[in-house]
Design a protein around this ligand. Structure first.
Ligand code: PEP
Length: 249
């Protein structure tokens, strides 16, 4: 059976109280597409207000610390995200792997902590342009995935993998249909290798410059089970057509 499509927005460092209206508009419009799971991952400081503003709609964090508690100034535990009203979190986004020097081992520890605490997870992997150009994209991403996903078998509904080529994020550039298909098929194979048949139930999102005009084509590629959307998730007018495209496939 085809997996239910999942479209998640990543607001990154955007969003103030005055933007709660936008979250309400997105949650409201998403109800018209019950065959698509929709979520918004907002700045941590906005999670509680967002969750209260849109009960029943999935609000997520963008990162989590691997420890339960302790001397980690400026960090948030999975329990804190959950307590604020988040039902999921992103881990391993390339902007964190790059700007905060997060290693695969650290991402794996974060993933484990989030799942153990009851948060659903979007785990990001993706290659740089340099890696893509020297023909090592698939091997690099699969190695990254292998070193970042939790070892324990997981409830497939809780784990989502997002393939986000770094060079496609926020640039307007996207891989070809063939390149996306090749990568998603390799990720699927690796998930089945890791989790057995349950690996077929893990959703694999594509992320990187997804917008209304390219969403339909991307969603029709085999093993693309949705999208992680940055810039185009900030306004309902840009985001909802992407959800609508997912509903059609
Ligand atoms: C992202 O940062 O996760 C992302 C996919 O960004 P954008 O859609 O803006 O390329």
């Amino acid at each position: 059976m085809a997996l239910k499509k999942f479209v998640a927005g990543n607001w990154k460092m955007h969003g103030l109280s005055s933007d709660l209206e936008k979250i309400r508009a997105i949650a409201e419009a998403s109800r018209n597409y019950p065959n698509v799971d929709v979520a918004l991952c907002v700045p941590a400081i906005l999670i509680e207000r967002a969750a209260r503003a849109v009960p029943g709609f999935a609000i997520g964090g963008q990162d989590v610390h691997h420890a339960e508690k302790g001397a980690h100034t400026g960090c948030m535990s999975a329990a804190m995200l959950l307590d604020a009203g988040a039902s999921l979190t992103i881990v391993g986004h390339s902007e964190r792997r790059d700007a905060h020097r997060e290693s695969d081992t650290e991402v794996q520890a974060k993933a484990k902590a989030a799942l153990e605490c009851g948060l659903n997870l979007i785990l990001c992997v993706g290659e740089s342009l340099e890696v893509r150009e020297r023909g090592a994209a698939v091997t690099t991403v699969i190695a990254q995935l292998d070193a970042s996903i939790p070892h324990e078998s997981t409830d497939e509904a809780e784990l989502t993998v997002a393939y986000e080529p770094i060079w496609a994020i926020g640039t307007g550039k996207i891989p070809t249909v063939g390149e996306i298909a090749e990568m998603h098929s390799a990720i699927r194979e690796q998930l089945v290798h890791r989790y057995g048949a349950a690996g077929n139930q893990v959703r694999i999102l594509y992320g990187g410059s997804v917008k209304a005009s390219n969403a339909g084509e991307i969603f029709s590629i085999a093993d693309v089970n949705g999208a992680l959307v940055g810039g185009a998730s900030l306004k309902a007018a840009d985001f909802i057509p992407i959800v609508a495209a997912a509903a059609l496939v």
